[in-house]
Design a protein around this ligand. Sequence first.
Ligand code: SF4
Ligand code: SF4
Length: 649
Amino acid sequence: MLGVTKAAGIATAWDRYKAQQPQCGFGSTGLCCRICLQGPCRIDPFGNGPQYGVCGADRDTIVARHLVRMMAAGTAAHSEHGRHIALALLHVGEHKLHDYAVHDDEKLHAVAARLGVATEGREQSDIIHELAEVTLGDYQNQDYDKPCHWISSSLPAPRLKKLSDLGLLPHNIDAMVAQSMSRTHMGCDAEPENLILGGLRVALADLNGEMLATELSDVLFGTPKPVASVANLGVLKRNAVNVAVNGHNPLLSEIICNVAADLHDEAVAAGAPEGINIVGVCCTGNELMMRHGVPLATNYLSQELPIATGALEAMIVDVQCVMPSLPRIAACFHTKIITTDNQNKITGATHIEFEEERASEIARQILRVAIDNFKRRDPKRIDIPDEKQEAIVGFSTEGIVAALATVDAADPLKPMVDNIVSGAIQGVVLFAGCNNAKIQQDHNYLTMAKSLAKRNVLVVATGCASGAFAKGGMMTSAATDQYCGEGLRGVLTAIGEAAGLGGPLPPVLHMGACVDNSRAVALVTALANKLGVDISDLPVVASAPEAMSEKAMAIGTWSVAIGLPTHLGTVPPVVGSDVVTGLITDAAKAQLGGYFIVEPDPEKAADSLFDAIQERRAGLGLSTAPRRPALSPTYRFAPSRPAPALLPS
Ligand code: SF4
Ligand code: SF4
């Protein structure tokens, strides 16, 4: 496809990345401050030039403030998504939304019980209404001593105690975002330790927002179960009206899927014998893929390429990770880019405002734009690559537990725990996060997962990581035979066969969109509770090897806060401050158990994560594989002051 764009003189993300070189060293290290109009102020990383901004802020303050602002922005994005879903649920409970209904009553009851909402003898609409109000309370509570409902009802008791003792449990998502912006204003919080504590708190608010967004989406649209799907650009069809849904929020894309069949005949009449073909991009794609098996065209970095096939009638976008370049590229073809959210418009796109009250009507209107656009296709420009890969997806926590229950119905987690204890499974890694133009797309994911699976580490994935693994063939039974070590292969084969899959479970379990990282938290919480330990004791690690977005910084930070060694394959803008680097690595490890590992080389990163797993196994008294000598940290300038701690001991 890149040959097509090149021949047509169309710049893609890769071309624009090249045009940005060399990128600014001050910005890359976090040493540029633009927080007030006296700036931008830049700190000389080598100590020869200015060491203070105009206001007197030093490198540590500047780096910490900007890092916290990234976390706050990520939290805002996830929690707006969550608020949107919670409000939709509230309005379903009030009988205001006729195109939505509860699709998983069992989950509704389970979630309600966890959050203290009575269910016995009550109408479903009353339960929904109260659950939505309790959830929205996490955006409204003004009592600092009352932590948010979702996080405080979800994490293991030892972790909650630790976070509470450190004063890190958020009481109100919106307040955490506002405080983060307030404390990082010019002339406010200037102590890096205190700033990073604030960052941890807002990142935990992000986790709360993710939890509620995911679980309430399951209530409304169904909890994913394993389902077969396909991924890569070859999912587009020459003889169909092709419609891609791109973004994150399932409220629109679910309805688009619901009504597409109704318009089949209109698409056929327009000249497309196969009707309408809905495909996913990015995390909207993951939402639909794991609930319904809808094919995934691609993940974040290559979202422009479906347009270049000349066979895409419309791309419908909602929120987050949508490239503003899409209408420019679409203008070179016949594709319509349709924005749907009034806070997320793009110059050059067609805007059709989505309203849940008229969801089906608007979804039909949007699809008719695509059908009408079919006639503008230029058959000579159609070039759909013959690339598509089968994938088994849909491993929600409930999906994984159900698969395990086929081995031990009375105690589903036992087979997993027993195999971790025996060493057949050395540990678990969560791959999350994005693509980044600085890295060959999907390369780090595939390299690391193959390296870890060979060493018997079970892989779960969310977000654009899931897209990478689906396209890369790591969500098939064949991949288990090809890439897993003997112990892991045996376990996945036994479970897959017991679950009736006719072969092993794949080596990478698709847990959903990037907002669904909370599913992985539910899994590790269940494991920790089963073993009677804290999350920071488990041989579980996380990695965002191609991290890009501010959301990834929020996710990575709460991952550290709940006790996970967390790898980043892109270097965050913190290395200009030895103090901040020390806080999120060594100090975090000492006080939270979780810590950041920054390593761009995927082979070395896999080694570091395997070492972290071994350290945890040793801590639990389990058998360990040989470990390598500790590596010295790579990304550090000379210390500006003695090593800090998050809180005085
Ligand atoms: S807040 Fe301070 S360091 Fe930042 S731009 Fe303003 S004067 Fe410069
Ligand atoms: S994983 Fe990252 S790039 Fe992909 S959709 Fe989520 S935030 Fe965007």
